[in-house]
Design a protein around this ligand. Structure first.
Ligand code: CO
Length: 495
């Protein structure tokens, strides 16, 4: 067996453990009975420790070292270099620390859940504080330049830094903020049609139909219901999505289904031959999010798409929708308004929800802000950026699951993803003849084919900057999002 084959085998075994753990996590959020929480935390911690131990074992180091000196193909080289980078990063963090963090995460998740139900941040605060201390310690293990938060950002979006985000969110503040103000002053659109009685079972069936229309392979995945929709995968041949259904609000199911569907298409489009290897896994979370946002916003919230699809929706919900047109539906789904909940926000004010979290996290990692003052800070920021008076902790500081998972530095990838999505979609329209007429005729296969070829199949072969340059000729550029927003919302609000 060649050294490269030995390396592949080892990487696949580590992936087997990680995916077994992902399956337990999926179950935890979809089916697990509540009494199982404590043992499940123990099981997840054991597996996290095993995977970490196996990956950081000297055996892996030796394999990587001897491979560095051999002649490798471009793909093999990318796998070895990426693995080496991860290896060195993981090696800096002791296994006991990984296990300790895993236990702290499980504890924080339980208390966050309790706190959210009770609408009381003080229930969650002590566990969050303990978890944040571990994360601050993790920054020291990992090392960083300029800012400790950079160590966290890099976990989700390789090479992302506070310096780059300052520029990006600076553009959001300078350009998007005044544009939204202009929208508020224009005659408003109505979104009433979304809030009617929409039968759950009919919504569920339409969601499945929707996924299949997008090109999601039901034989390589499944859909379930969970309170926080997510996508997970155990290989490219088992990619699962969850959705949520609100029988008084059609938009929740629609946007979560198409969003998670976009994530899932990316995972299903990775090469199964490279299972367990960097080129068989997603590039960064920003790129991952670009896939969900592209389907959700650029496709799913376009007039074009609903000119083809609204008829079918009217067939399913005639009483609710027959008096409306595709254009009414398009306007309703794009209503811009301040709101307290990130996941329900329109695609413009959305970025202020992210900006708030980014600024808070940055201060937490500078130790400028303490957990005990977090709630007041949160409420003040919502007032400042969204002119929203937060009414309780559940709709405020407790709304997101991320901090209870120990995920700091994750939120910015949502904005990054939206901005990549606008840039990619702009390019797809240039590259593919008949792309938009296809979408209008309920056929998005050309778009999927383009995404598969340009983005999905490469995994981690290139860096995000390289990939973006190869696909669009330049690195991430906020202008594409702004152009898209101005064009789209100018029609909706007759600006
Ligand atoms: Co997403």
């Amino acid at each position: 067996m060649s050294t490269y084959q030995k390396f592949t085998e080892r990487m696949q075994k580590i992936a087997d453990i990680s995916h077994a753990s992902a399956l337990l996590q999926w179950d935890q959020e979809v089916y697990m009975p509540p009494k199982s929480a404590r043992r499940r935390a123990q099981q997840l911690s054991t597996l996290a420790g095993m995977a970490h131990e196996m990956f950081t074992n000297d055996e892996t180091g030796k394999l990587l070292e001897s491979l560095a000196a051999t002649n490798l193909s471009e793909i093999e080289k990318a796998n070895v270099l990426n693995a080496k980078d991860e290896y060195e990063k993981n090696k800096k963090v002791p296994t006991e620390f990984v296990e300790k963090t895993s236990v702290a995460v499980s504890r924080a998740f339980q208390s966050w859940d309790k706190a959210k139900k009770a609408k009381d941040f003080s229930i969650f605060a002590p566990d969050l504080e303990a978890l944040l201390e571990l994360k601050l310690q993790e920054c020291e293990y990992l090392g960083y330049e300029d800012h400790p938060y950079n160590a966290q950002l890099d976990i989700y979006e390789k090479n992302m830094t506070v310096a780059k985000l300052e520029v990006m969110f600076g553009q959001v503040k300078e350009q998007l903020f005044p544009f939204i103000e202009k929208i508020y002053k224009a005659p408003q659109v109505s979104d009433e049609l979304m809030f009617q009685d929409y039968d759950r079972d009919k919504q569920w069936a339409y969601g499945i139909e929707f996924l299949q229309q997008m090109g999601y392979d039901m034989d390589a995945g499944r859909q379930d219901v969970s309170s926080h929709p997510f996508t997970t995968n155990f290989s490219a041949t088992d990619v699962r999505v969850t959705t949520r259904i609100n029988d008084q609000d059609l938009s929740e199911m629609l946007w979560s289904t198409i969003h998670e569907g976009g994530h899932a298409l990316y995972e299903q489009g990775l090469k199964d031959d490279y299972y367990g290897l960097p080129t068989g896994s997603y590039l960064t979370l920003g790129i991952h999010e670009s896939q969900s946002r592209l389907w959700e916003n650029n496709v799913g919230r376009s007039l074009n798409f609903w000119q083809g699809n609204f008829g079918r929706l009217q067939e399913i919900f005639p009483k609710q929708l027959s008096k409306y047109t595709a254009e009414d539906f398009f306007k309703a789904m794009n209503k811009v308004q301040p709101s307290p909940i990130r996941t329900n926000a329109d695609e413009l004010t959305y970025h202020f929800h992210i900006l708030i979290r980014y600024e808070i996290e940055k201060e937490l990692f500078e130790r400028k802000l303490q957990v005990k003052d977090l709630k007041e800070k949160w409420n003040a920021m919502y007032k400042k950026y969204l002119n929203w008076e937060v009414k309780d902790d559940a709709e405020g500081v407790l709304q997101d699951i991320h901090w209870s998972h120990g995920s700091f530095g994750y939120f910015p990838t949502y904005s990054i993803g939206s901005f990549y999505a606008a840039q990619f979609y702009h390019q797809a329209v240039q590259d593919v003849h008949g792309l938009e007429t296809g979408i209008q005729a309920k056929d998005s296969s050309k778009l999927l084919q383009w995404l598969r070829e340009k983005i999905h199949q490469h995994g981690k072969l290139y860096t995000a900057d390289e990939l973006c340059k190869r696909v669009t000729g330049e690195v991430l550029n906020f202008d594409y999002f702004m152009q898209y927003a101005v064009q789209k919302y100018a029609t909706i609000y007759a600006l």
